[in-house]
Design a protein around this ligand. Structure first.
Ligand SMILES: Cc1ncc(COP(=O)(O)O)c(C=O)c1O
Length: 381
């Protein structure tokens, strides 16, 4: 008996982003603009609710789909904020992060040989998630000249018409791109015309700075073919509490829950209590964090402009995606860590279409951001 990896796993490489984190760990005085994680603590009221639930000994499993009270709050919140109306009993599944929900969806709806079109550059888990479910991935590289927005042209050119599922993420990690309702309309038309289902990762929905977030599920004919993913990691700075959710029609949630009930049983109970409070009483905390991210975004964009680095005006999440001044963005990122102690991530780590760019995260205090950008400027000069 040996631990020979399955063929599916063999085709999944180790995460490309880790190399830069490990390299950064070798040096002192590193400023990291690499990690996609809020630098804030969760709102105090949410932490207090978590502590209170522990003090009361509320640490048993919850219902598979999540505490009913939480599902009701999620339904009210997504309805009010994004016009997403989902039934708390049948159309919401609470998961251990949006990550778990994505994994469940890949496994629930794909057979070997099914095709999953992934809009790229993209968050690192989609391609492995689809591959581990046995599906074949179609890369859909979005283009800098479209500000990394998805269009019917890039979908067509990539052969996405043949796909079963389209995975998309706006506001986007790693580019910071967002899409308006008008921009989503032709994408939705393509999806309907070719009868695709959509996995819409909207975990950064609360962090859209130039316009209200629109979910593609709210466009005509899209609700019945879309799974929406969201969670508490980004907007509420609750990454380590591991809580997310999926919104989808009853038959989709039922299928995803059938895996979840065996593999996870229920999402973390303490985090669910924190999340109820977060949704009920922490909107002003979210607004304050959003305002700070927005100030930092404007600062970073203006500094890159001063340096003469081409950088489209990213309008969501907490990333900007400037062009790399060197041809080899891996070499640039490595040298920047070694010589200036600043960590960024080369764009090609995030798939086709990301090459020639750098992902720079502004989930870092303004003081560190100023220093890091001064070091980048010196390095480029
Ligand atoms: C686009 C995107 N989706 C999902 C996740 C993971 O979210 P969670 O912490 O809820 O699993 C991340 C984390 O970086 C992300 O950037």
């Amino acid at each position: 008996m040996s631990f020979e990896e399955s063929e599916r796993l063999e085709s999944v490489p180790p995460s490309g982003i880790r190399r830069y984190f490990e390299l950064a760990e070798e040096y002192d005085d590193i400023i990291s603009l690499g990690v996609g994680e809020p630098d804030f603590a969760p709102p105090w009221a949410a932490r207090d609710a978590a502590i209170g639930s522990l003090e009361r000994g509320q640490t048993s499993y919850t219902p598979n789909r999540g505490l009913r009270e939480l599902r009701e709050e999620i339904a009210a919140h997504t309805s009010e904020k994004y016009d997403l109306d989902y039934d708390p009993d049948e159309e919401i599944l609470v998961t251990a992060g949006a990550s778990e929900a994505l994994d469940l969806a890949f496994r629930a709806f794909h057979d070997p040989g099914d095709k999953v079109a992934v809009s790229q550059p993209s968050y690192l888990s989609y391609v492995p998630g689809a591959t581990l479910a046995g599906a074949d991935v179609i890369d859909v590289p979005t283009r800098p000249e479209d500000d990394f927005k998805l269009t019917p042209e890039v979908l067509e050119a990539a052969g996405a018409a043949e796909a079963d599922t389209l995975v998309m993420c706006y506001p986007n990690n790693p580019t910071g791109a967002t899409m308006t309702r008008e921009e989503l309309a032709p994408v939705a038309e393509f999806v309907r015309e070719h009868d695709l289902r959509v996995f819409a990762d909207e975990i950064y929905a609360a962090l859209s700075y130039e316009h209200e977030h629109t979910s593609i599920a709210t466009l005509p004919g899209m609700r019945e073919r879309t799974v929406v993913f969201n969670g508490f990691s980004k907007a509420y700075a609750m990454t380590g509490l591991r809580l997310g959710y999926a919104l989808a029609p009853p038959e989709a949630i039922e299928a995803m829950n059938r895996i979840h009930q065996y593999t996870m049983l229920s999402a973390p109970t303490t985090a669910q209590h924190a999340a109820i409070e977060a949704l009920r009483n922490c909107e002003s905390d979210v607004a304050e964090m959003r305002a700070q991210y927005d100030r930092r975004r404007n600062f970073v964009l203006s500094r890159f402009e001063e340096m003469g680095l081409d950088c489209f005006p990213a309008s969501g999440a907490f990333y900007v995606f400037p062009e790399c001044p060197w041809e080899d963005s891996d070499a640039f990122a490595e040298a920047l860590i070694e010589e200036q102690g600043v960590a960024v991530v080369p764009g090609d780590v995030f798939g086709t279409g990301g090459d020639g760019h750098l992902r720079v995260t502004y989930a870092t205090g303004l003081g560190d951001l100023k220093e890091a950008l001064a070091r980048i400027e010196e390095f480029i000069d």
